[in-house]
Design a protein around this ligand. Structure first.
Ligand code: 5AD
Ligand code: SF4
Length: 454
């Protein structure tokens, strides 16, 4: 059948969609980019903020109306986190919905489509028993299928044990389970053999990875050493990290293993001790500050990125000022700032959502403005330097293309080891290749430069 699959949410969801695409193709289905051409519409959904769920609701109504009006049958399915969170509420609200599947059920989607096509709606949520074969879909991966030419994500953990007061993830993705290290190494090996040279290890909190079996314990730092040894692996990255699990062993591995990139996405969420405590983040402001200092001391040239939530219950102007100050102290390359969104069933949902939408918006703008300054200073520090860039492809800033001099050349975009975005001119066939670029300019989010051998 012709299938349209749309992905919302985080990188974990994008990886899930990539793996699911492989499974669907292997089952003989065809993926299409235009929903109007599709016989099956699938949404791989996110629940982390209400906004993400609202987007899906806004699709399902029209899709199901179209299905009811249409002469040819269409199947509509909700997959992933929102499916798991809302469960049977979805078919109760949406008559005609054909498929509801939790994030651990993706290997079963072809069978569920077959069932739904036979006229019987298919419904499968993750249960307590799904941990056992949770990496079946990862192991079955078709390494030659590459949405990105030179980079791939590899899951190392699934779920989360942290229980931050605002977060719905532990409820929808379940408790944290680590994959067997040999499975991870083997998957990386296959991806490298298929032409990839950059691997990003993925987990909700990658640095709490732990595999223990028969007297053997593999920590995250040990896993980094194992994976970094795969021949042909040029860049090894990982996201996301939780500040409390960042031991010196991980920082030493980053310093000592030449292909591990000096980049850490280290969500702080708030700079205020009072808010951090209510969020149940398990660290204080000064512990986070010390960690940032430790990262900078041990890993030369380390680049940090952050996440913040504004408008958490009870957040005052003084708490907000503390977050702004933390952004300055951490000197992040970039920072994601989210307006607090109460999630049913979380500890924070019991607290009054007492910061008004207007104040949340103001605080959001304020932190982004501080980050713009900090980001500009960070990026400006690279002007004049020569950096290695993995070319991704044409820059989306196509407006500038018209002004480029020679035919066959265009504005390209790539990334440094520190995850900086670099825009430079060159021939399109550089996509997927490593080039050296001299940096000539910077904005708060982007570096601009010229290829050294140009
Ligand atoms: N409201 C707003 N932002 C949230 N995040 C997680 N849960 C919520 C919520 N309920 C943010 C955090 C996290 C990122 C993925 O999303 O900053 O790091
Ligand atoms: Fe990813 Fe969390 Fe959103 Fe699920 S709820 S898609 S795990 S961010």
């Amino acid at each position: 059948m012709r299938i349209y699959l749309e992905t919302m949410g985080c990188q974990m969801n994008r990886l899930d969609s990539e793996l699911l695409t492989g499974v669907l193709r292997a089952a003989g289905h065809e993926m299409v980019a235009d929903p109007r051409q599709a016989e099956v519409l699938l949404y791989n959904t996110c629940s982390v903020r209400q906004h993400a769920e609202d987007k899906v609701h806004s699709r399902l109504g029209p899709d199901l109306r179209r299905k009811a009006d249409s002469h040819r049958p269409i199947l509509v399915g909700v997959l992933g986190c929102m499916a798991q969170r809302l469960g049977s509420l979805l078919p109760a609200r949406y008559t005609g919905l054909d498929l509801v599947a939790g994030p651990g059920q993706l290997a079963h989607i072809p069978a569920m489509i077959a069932q739904a096509a036979a006229g019987k709606p298919a419904f499968a949520l993750d249960g307590a028993d799904c941990a056992e074969d949770f990496d079946a879909i990862d192991l079955a991966r078709d390494a030659s299928f590459a949405p990105q030419r030179s980079q791939a994500f590899v899951r190392i953990t699934r779920g989360c044990n942290k229980r931050c007061a605002y977060c719905v993830v532990p409820a929808v993705r379940g408790p944290e389970v680590s994959r067997r290290p040999e499975h991870i190494v083997e998957e990386v090996r296959r991806l490298i053999d298929a032409g990839r040279s950059q691997i990003t290890l993925l987990g909700q909190t990658v640095n709490s990875y732990r595999w223990a079996e028969a007297g053997r314990t593999v920590r995250f730092s040990d896993l980094l050493a194992m994976v970094s040894g795969v021949p042909g692996l040029r860049r090894l990255r990982f996201v996301t990290s939780h500040p409390i699990d960042f031991g010196d062993d991980v920082l030493a591995a980053m310093r000592d293993l030449p292909n591990v990139c000096p980049y850490i996405h280290l969500p702080a969420q708030s700079g205020s001790d009072a808010v951090l405590k209510r969020m149940d983040r398990r660290y204080t402001r000064s512990q986070y500050d010390e960690l940032v200092d430790r990262c900078r001391r041990i890993v030369p040239g380390v680049v940090l990125a952050g996440d913040f939530i504004v408008g958490f219950p009870g957040e005052t102007d003084a708490d907000q000022a503390a977050s702004a100050e933390l952004i300055r102290h951490s000197a992040y390359k970039n920072c994601f700032v989210f307006k607090y969104s109460p999630r049913e069933g979380t500890a924070a949902a019991q607290m009054p959502d007492d910061v008004s939408p207007t104040v949340k918006r103001q605080r959001n703008h304020e932190l982004l403005a501080v980050q713009r300054e900090v980001g500009l200073a960070h990026h400006a520090g690279y002007v004049g330097r020569e950096l290695e860039v993995l070319t991704e492809g044409p820059s989306r800033r196509v407006d500038k293309q018209a002004r480029l001099p020679q035919p066959g050349r265009m504005q390209l975009v790539g990334r440094t080891v520190g995850d900086h975005i670099v825009v430079f001119d060159g021939p399109i066939d550089l996509a997927g290749q490593y080039v050296r670029v001299r940096i000539t300019g910077a904005t708060s989010l982007t570096l601009f430069g010229q290829r050294c051998d140009d």
